[in-house]
Design a protein around this ligand. Structure first.
Ligand SMILES: Nc1ncnc2c1ncn2[C@@H]1O[C@H](COP(=O)(O)OP(=O)(O)OP(=O)(O)O)[C@@H](O)[C@H]1O
Ligand SMILES: [Mg+2]
Length: 383
């Protein structure tokens, strides 16, 4: 007779042949039955066959059923274990239940009761195992999803980082380009003999050099992106940075017909922070102001004046202004009204992030058609 492999399996452990064989006969029609005459042999079969239920005698020579139960639980915490107890051995049965047996039946057993108990317990194991299996699949799926999510987040933040990088390079490159054009014109005039007797290019070259250096610094900053100890805070002079930015932007302003005025404190206005970051933050606001003023051939006034414990960098323009509805969106990443003019809409988003990283704040006042004022407030290093 062949036994279907799909039949549930029952392992019977009993040192006495009588009950062992009568159980085999009783269960054979509905189960695949394995029998063992000792705990040792039973444990071997348990590992090999992974039965759905174990029926084990309690009292056996050598290793007892109770010790056997402990070992079964170590190997398989979910398999149903039914203890066979001698007549009147209620206490032992109760101890077995306490130790993790699922049921007990007193010998001599009633055939119907035995079939019921086994069928109930086989079902129980199967439900447990299916649940366990589902749970482990869910756990695996979950951990795979988490891994994928982490990867996507890394990619997304890398995408965001590259967009910021592209934006950052834009400002110094525009400045460099402006000065290169200026120098080219000077050279041309000189060749034609129209220029000044001894035209000096030192100032322009200096600004070009400064902005190429900024590009390099930005590159270094982005290369160390994500690493914790990228660059520690250092005492930096905000006044110095504002002066450098104003000097750099001056040509673009002139080229766009914008008058650029600056009133920068003689005091260095020192704070603890990252010079490159502060530079990009301030540059964004001043470049925006020049762009806004250009449309009206207006002016931009930059002031940098310390007050008690902080410094206000104010950038005021007489440009197109910002409509109230747009005012609340300007700090959002990718918000721009300069479509087609290569605006990425990241400038103010970056500025706000940098300013807040330095425990500062940024505020804006604007009147459409009249102009806009941005105020960046940064806490100074107390000396
Ligand atoms: N001084 C200003 N005057 C008028 N509008 C401004 C001014 N500054 C910012 N804005 C508005 O805020 C928007 C967002 O500015 P942001 O600097 O973030 O991006 P962008 O200048 O459009 O693009 P990018 O900085 O990448 O060149 C601008 O498109 C513009 O509409
Ligand atoms: Mg901008």
């Amino acid at each position: 007779m062949t036994v279907s492999p799909e039949l549930p399996q029952v392992l019977v452990i009993d040192d006495e042949m009588g009950p062992r064989e009568s159980l085999r006969m009783l269960l054979k029609p509905n189960y695949r039955v394995h029998t063992a005459d000792s705990v040792e042999a039973g444990i071997r079969l348990l590992r090999e066959k992974r039965p759905d239920a174990v029926v084990t005698d309690i009292r056996m020579p050598g290793t007892s059923g109770i010790d056997g139960l402990r070992r079964i639980r170590e190997i398989d915490p979910h398999v149903a274990v039914i203890m066979l107890t001698g007549f009147g051995a209620l206490e032992t049965a109760q101890e077995a239940l306490r130790l993790g047996a699922n049921d007990y039946i007193s010998k001599p057993f009633d055939a119907k009761e035995m079939r019921d108990v086994i069928s109930r317990n086989v079902e129980r194991t199967r439900v447990h195992r299916t649940g366990e299996h589902a749970a482990s699949e869910i756990r695996e799926l979950n951990s795979r999803l988490l891994k994928e999510l982490a990867q996507k987040e890394r990619l997304a933040s890398l995408g965001q980082a590259s967009a910021e990088f592209v934006h950052d390079l834009g400002n110094p490159l525009t400045i460099v380009w402006g000065y290169v054009q200026l120098l080219a014109k000077k050279l041309e005039q000189q060749e034609k003999g129209q220029g000044a007797e001894n035209p000096t290019s030192a100032k322009e070259l200096n600004i070009i050099e400064q902005n190429v250096r900024l590009c390099r610094e930005l590159l270094t900053m982005w290369q160390s992106y994500g690493s914790e100890d990228a660059s520690p805070n250092k005492p930096i002079s905000v006044a110095e940075i504002v002066r450098e930015v104003v000097k750099g932007v001056a040509t673009i302003a002139t080229q766009s017909g914008v008058e650029l005025k600056a009133d920068v404190s003689e005091d260095p206005c020192t704070l603890l922070g990252h010079a490159v970051q502060i530079k990009r933050a301030i540059q964004n606001v001043i470049v925006n102001a020049v762009q806004a003023a250009a449309e009206k051939k207006g002016s931009v006034t930059v002031t940098c004046l310390p007050k008690d414990f902080y410094i206000d960098v104010r950038v005021e323009d007489t440009g197109v202004g910002i409509a109230p509805a747009q005012l609340q969106k300007i700090f959002e990443p990718y918000f721009t009204t300069k479509q087609g003019k290569s605006g990425t809409g990241l400038g103010l988003y970056i500025t706000k992030k940098v300013v807040e990283d330095h425990n500062g704040s940024i505020k804006v006042d604007s009147t459409p058609d009249a102009g806009t004022t941005f105020t960046i407030r940064l806490p100074l290093l107390n000396n």
